[in-house]
Design a protein around this ligand. Sequence first.
Ligand SMILES: Cc1ncc(COP(=O)(O)O)c(CNc2cccc(C(=O)O)c2)c1O
Length: 284
Amino acid sequence: SQQIYINGEYFGRDDAKVSVFDHGLLYGDGVFEGMRIYGGKVFRLREHLKRLWDSAQAIALTIPISMDQMILDVNATVAKNDLENGYIRLVVTRGAGPLGLDPFRCSHPQIIIIADTIKLYPEEFYQDGLELVTASTIRNHPAALSPRIKSLNYLNNIMAKIEGLKAGCVEALMLNHKGEVAECTGDNLFLVRDGVLITPPVDAGILEGITRDVVLELAAQEKIEVREIAITRYDVYVADECFLTGSAAEVIPAVKIDDRTIGDGTPGPITRKLTAAFRKLVGQ
Ligand SMILES: Cc1ncc(COP(=O)(O)O)c(CNc2cccc(C(=O)O)c2)c1O
């Protein structure tokens, strides 16, 4: 049965609990990572852990074990749950403390590792592409809670997700505080225009996605020209191709955005080439 890791111990699903005084619950005070398991191995584990430590550092949270120990514990949890292909959710909360915001009165950060199966989008969305709408909820202002931090504060993204779902779309495009295109609620966004791959730079107020980095590497290998530049909705509407990247989404085409058909309305050749390269890389 599913074994969930909490601070070095394993619990069954029904016994895996944290305190109601945990500031991760009360205030979203904590950080997390979502990683894929392919062929029994966690994909880009070190890159994800580097980002986890950066996110924790940014919120002045000290993760109570070393990165090497975290690698051992993540891999042990994957082995314990005997998952060939699946998903790891790794959460570090500030821990339990008195009511009130003061994080320094919480003494024991909670490390939670959940290994599970994942099916974010049905297969036809990968074949036919999905539809997006632009949400009116923008990504966090970088001077507020930076979108670079993968924190437990996901209401910003959830608000945009609600707008997308209410519009009949499974994902929503989010703008940044300057009105430029940033990313979607749970994945990064790429465009193709005249054979050039385009994606917003990390200073556009986005999460620096691991899958985004992998696709940029694959594009370089495929000798596809890449530009990390600010883009607007105009650029999206006139693009030849559009696709999203994320640990959960992997690489998924978008063929209609705000009722504009992108290109000929089917996933484009560069999207398909990079999808194939990604699937080859992860052995799927
Ligand atoms: C806002 C945002 N932007 C981009 C990504 C893609 O980053 P990675 O390529 O490193 O995964 C994310 C990550 N988003 C993410 C990760 C894991 C699960 C889920 C889910 O929707 O359940 C979402 C994210 O939350």
